[in-house]
Design a protein around this ligand. Sequence first.
Ligand SMILES: [Zn+2]
Length: 468
Amino acid sequence: MLQAIYELPVEDKIFYAVLAFSWTVYLWEAYLAFRQRKIYRSTKHVPMELGKIMDTETFEKSRLYQLDKSNFSFWSGLYSETEGTLILVLGGIPFLWRVSGAITARFGLGPEYEISQSLIFLMLATLFSALTGLPWSLYSTFVIEEKHGFNQQTLGFFMKDALKKFVVTQCILLPVTSLLLYIIKIGGDYFFIYAWLFTLAVSLVLVTIYADYIAPLFDKFTPLPEGELKAEIESMAKSINFPLTKVYVVEGSKRSSHSNAYFYGFFKNKRIVLFDTLLEDYSPLNKTGDAEAEQGEENDVVGENKAKPKTNKKQGCNNSEVLAVLGHELGHWKLGHTVKNIVISQMNSFLCFFLFAVLIGRKELFLAFGFYDSQPTLIGLMIIFQFIFSPYNELLSFCLTVLSRRFEFQADAFARGMGRASELYSALIKLNKDNLGFPVADWLFSMWHYSHPPLLERLRALGGPKQD
Ligand SMILES: [Zn+2]
């Protein structure tokens, strides 16, 4: 057996190693999810320690919700691993490349028009994955989220949204990819430096235009009305020299009633976005009476609400809790977490382009994936970044998860330093309740997956509800 593997040509060794690694990761993830599911199944009573922060009803609701989600991700994970394997084994990538070549040939463009062929390939590949992903995402939204009272979308809104997302993605992906391929082609020996600089520039441009031009295509952003909350947010930002220019409320409740807050923007032009579902007074789910008034405009939430008046009544957070949550968010900024994350991701991207430059000349990589007579750059990017780097990608993502948990503790401590410990304490409990988070986690599962520390650990670090 070992002898037989040893005698395989190097391209076969590469191919089998890629498959074996992919299944190893899959089985590892499946094992972790199994451990966590066992916890969902067996923990039927609120543990002693949590008695004060979670009532039995919410606990049971969140247990069933997380169990459903976990079962769903078992099947969707098995499906996507099988699909990926079949694509590799049956030669789906070279097949799609030939189809793209046939399409470009119809337009009178020969194989020398590699960039055109690459764009067709990319369009077909993204279309394929959008279509095969659609049933899963429909099921997740309209069966699971719906069943647990989170879904606020109608089927029409969902489909329009998916289509819009596909079109917007193509509008960005296709020009960026063609420029990148062009740069790699003409860049000479140091093309990897130019390619890296180009992707850096693209990500800076995207971050700059995303909030003003892309996000509003999908969600409605309204300035937070003048009032107590706004004044308090402004004075808090001022107290730590956060260059706040605008506060928005985003209508997150139109898609889902999960709640959140974030900030964005460069240098002196920072903006804060609050999900309406975070705000006690703002959430349309809590509005009663004015449903009629809003019926004129396109509003799926109201329609849904009238049919099912009892979808998860949200608590949301009161003003001082919202401020505590923002204290945490601004802590990420003040402590340089955002900058650190950007630096790490750019260093990683530089390293990857450098290794790509080292590897792209190796014919056996292309042979391994069924490319016998051509070595298209786009395929090389795919093979190297996705398949060859996958062990490194796994390791990196684990390290980033560990780092993210550290940052979360630090941001909590920052909010505590601002004297907002007890408000953050109660906000975390409310948010956990509104989002039906399950407070008990398998240690291995949470270590691998949780970007935020488990609720109990955060509450303990905050030092209890009464302390300030
Ligand atoms: Zn955070």
